[in-house]
Design a protein around this ligand. Sequence first.
Ligand SMILES: [Zn+2]
Length: 122
Amino acid sequence: MLHSFWAASSNHAAGMASTEAASAQRQARQAQQSSADVEERLEKLQLISMALWELLRDRTKLTENDLIAKVQEIDLRDGTLDGKVTRTVCDCPNCGRRMSPRHKKCIYCGHASLVESAFDGV
Ligand SMILES: [Zn+2]
């Protein structure tokens, strides 16, 4: 009796461990696929950025140094030269509450004229 209880309990635990392992494998595959998708999108964006820059450089008098200086200027807008664009919070011009620049309109009052740049809301 005791032996069969332990056998059943052990089988149940093994079954649960197997289910959890399968779930973890599924989640790992999904994360891997998501990472590959992001990497592919990043590579496409890099390609487009390079093409845009080369068109601009070839058709204007802008130089690589101009581009590098502009990248650093934009990078430093948040006060830190870290190779990232850190968007800061802003105040809603209607209600004055703090909000993320990712939002296209104020989540408190619905004011919709907060987009100041094509990159707002990205
Ligand atoms: Zn508001």
